[in-house]
Ligand binder design. Structure first.
Ligand code: UDP
Length: 239
């Protein structure tokens, strides 16, 4: 069809949990295939695509530190989990003929490239999909914060946060059947009302630099392309 992208360069944030589906741990190959097709659909529109993948389907630092492990070490494990997910996504994208580079914030030269901003931008300009792995490279941060940070570094016009729900609600839709979807929010409203969109660090970093955030359901087929084409009926827009 004749979809026209609104953005030239975007950053897509996928949570680790999205990749595990309802199985509780690990990666579901069918979800990877689905995600890769969704990414292909926007790549085909000529959009430059960067991706940040979480690691919560494998390991979360804060959970391990709650039973006594040092937080920094636990977070290192969490960041390594994001590398596993990034390589899985790269393999799936390449299986579809899409050129992809993984750049890690923790250097692992045998496995992927190190994060080098200028090189990442060059890859994007050449139409390669760039997956940023290992979060920010520092403990005590999240991959949401890494996504906001990288989006700003590469001058992405918007951050697409694809999640399990179709946007931001005024209360938890799994617990409250009257929960209402909010279509538009300011960063300050998210912070003040403590809406569970992203952690505060990520939201305030986006706010400081005016990076728009779109939160929507990953598993709605075609959603990513709709958001990229400026369809505001999808999800919640924060700016
Ligand atoms: N992590 C970290 N620094 C970062 C990003 C991630 O230490 O910059 C660690 C942290 O332990 C986190 C884990 O990696 O729990 C997985 O990332 P996250 O929880 O953000 O994944 P998601 O919720 O998106 O699956």
């Amino acid at each position: 069809d004749t979809l026209e992208p609104r953005y030239k360069r975007i950053l897509l944030k996928l949570s680790g949990e999205a990749l595990m589906g309802d199985q509780g741990f690990g990666i579901r190959p069918d979800i990877l295939q689905y995600v890769a097709e969704e990414i292909r659909s926007i790549h085909d529109l000529g959009v430059e695509v960067a991706v940040v993948v979480g690691g919560g389907n494998i390991f979360r630092g804060i959970a391990a530190s709650s039973y006594g492990m040092d937080r920094a070490s636990a977070d290192h494990m969490g960041m390594l989990a994001t590398v596993i997910n990034s390589l899985a996504l790269q393999g799936t994208l390449e299986g579809k003929g899409l050129q992809t580079r993984v750049q890690s914030a923790i250097s692992m030269h045998e496995v992927c490239e190190p994060f080098i901003l200028r090189r990442a931008v060059r890859h994007l300009e050449k139409g390669r999909i760039v997956i940023f792995a290992a979060g920010t490279g520092s403990p005590y941060f999240t991959t949401d914060t890494a996504a906001v940070l990288r989006a700003q570094e590469i001058h992405a016009e918007i951050l697409l946060k694809a999640t399990k729900v179709n946007g931001v609600y005024d209360s938890d839709p799994e617990k409250n059947k009257d929960a209402k979807l909010i279509k538009k929010l300011t960063y300050m409203q998210v912070l003040e009302r403590q809406l569970q969109v992203m952690d505060m660090t990520a939201i305030s970093l986006a706010m400081d630099n005016g990076l728009p955030l779109s939160v929507f359901d990953l598993l709605g087929k075609g959603n990513i392309a709709r958001v990229v084409c400026g369809d505001e009926s999808i999800g919640t827009l924060i700016r």
